[in-house]
Ligand binder design. Structure first.
Ligand code: F0G
Length: 356
């Protein structure tokens, strides 16, 4: 009876593979929140997943597949969210997990989660891309280790349910705006919409708009310059550490999704990302991490450049929770005031007058 459909597994019939046992934390079923600022615009808040990011959708499928195939040891390279999610689901599935992380480049909340769930953490002095190639080598040389990165197709089969959930609530949007790092998710969401279109459940496939940080934007640059193959970034840099990736493993898939959906990719600066993060929190009430906020920064740029129309039906994928990266929040302008408690009335007086 653990095959009961909740969240991602409601769509079990559309997820390939034979599962005698599901390793699940009831991931998925995340809120689609209407924007207060832009009518016809919605935020798909993936921060509401069990470990706080969309990775849980892919991880439940990948870990279930590993368990059903008899694997005992799993591994993943990560900028942090894949790590936290993989560690949680490995615990749930009784698997040993090795995480390969770029030392000093993983946001605090994500590193803390990986520690909490008991993963063995292997740090490399270098970028995510170096960690990723180490995992690929390990997997190719030692087939006994199951890889949980998004080149694993089961990950994407789980993540495509983002599209299914959106379509169930509002049908097919005109544009879907997605932050892009290792470039799996944009493809997964496009695949989900494409499957719905092919069975006649929706009448069109949304344009997929990828957003990257300027300092780590190989796909945005390739699309901009009309290149078939991206020029990789040797030293990617951005405050959005989740998408600090110079050589995305899924670049071919991402470019296919963008081209076939008649979408595009663009890049945004770190200050645009921070402004968007504040706007989401302070005007919409939604706490998203920097990489996720890049979706809003990219959306606003796309409106300005008339790539999208704000009166179309648009969905922004907010991939991870704000709590993932406390340092990013603590650097923001704040209203913290040290007070003498006896004088508290004086400080709030202006506000109470306004209430009268
Ligand atoms: N947003 C967040 C919060 C992420 O953690 C990631 C990727 C992305 C967007 C980009 O998704 O890689 O499918 O294009 N994080 C990976 C990780 C790389 O290791 O956690 P993508």
């Amino acid at each position: 009876n653990n095959l009961k459909g909740r969240g991602v597994w409601r769509y079990k019939n559309s997820i390939p593979g034979i599962y005698n046992k599901l390793i699940s934390l009831n991931e998925g079923n995340t809120p689609l929140i209407p924007s207060k600022i832009y009518k016809q615009t919605y935020y798909k808040f993936e921060g509401a997943n069990p470990t706080g990011s969309f990775k849980d959708r892919g991880m439940t499928v990948a870990i279930s597949s590993a368990v059903n195939s008899g694997y005992k040891v799993v591994t993943a390279a990560s900028t942090g969210n894949t790590a936290a999610s993989a560690a949680a689901y490995a615990s749930r599935g009784n698997l040993k997990i090795y995480l390969v992380l770029p030392k000093g480049k993983v946001a605090l909340g994500k590193l803390a989660q990986s520690i909490l769930y008991g993963a063995t953490i292997l740090e490399v002095n270098g970028s995510f891309d170096i960690a990723m190639s180490a995992v690929i080598r390990l997997y190719k040389e030692l087939g006994i280790v199951y890889p949980l990165n998004s080149f694993n197709p089961w990950r994407l089969e789980g993540q495509k349910t983002i599209a299914y959930e959106i379509a169930e609530e509002i049908g097919a949007p005109d544009n879907v705006i997605v932050p892009v790092g290792n470039a799996g998710n944009i493809y997964a969401i496009w695949k989900g919409f494409t499957e719905l279109y092919e069975v006649g459940a929706i009448q069109k496939i949304p344009r997929m708009i990828g957003v990257q940080a300027e300092g780590a934007s190989p796909i945005a640059k390739a699309v901009e310059k009309g290149l078939d193959t991206p020029e990789f970034f040797e030293n990617p840099e951005t405050i959005a550490t989740a998408i600090r990736i110079g050589k995305p493993v899924n670049w071919r898939k991402a470019i296919k999704a963008i081209k076939e959906s008649k979408g595009t990719a663009l890049s945004v600066s770190d200050s645009e990302i921070t402004e968007a993060q504040k706007k989401l929190a302070r005007e919409e009430g939604i706490g998203a991490e920097p990489a996720s906020s890049a979706a809003l920064a990219g959306y606003e740029k796309a409106i300005k450049e008339q790539i999208v129309d704000k009166d179309e039906k648009n969905v922004l994928i907010l991939t991870g929770h704000a709590l993932k990266d406390p340092d990013a929040m603590l650097k923001m302008d704040s209203k913290i005031i040290l007070i003498n408690p006896d004088h508290i009335e004086k400080i709030v007086l202006g506000d109470t007058n306004a209430n009268n």
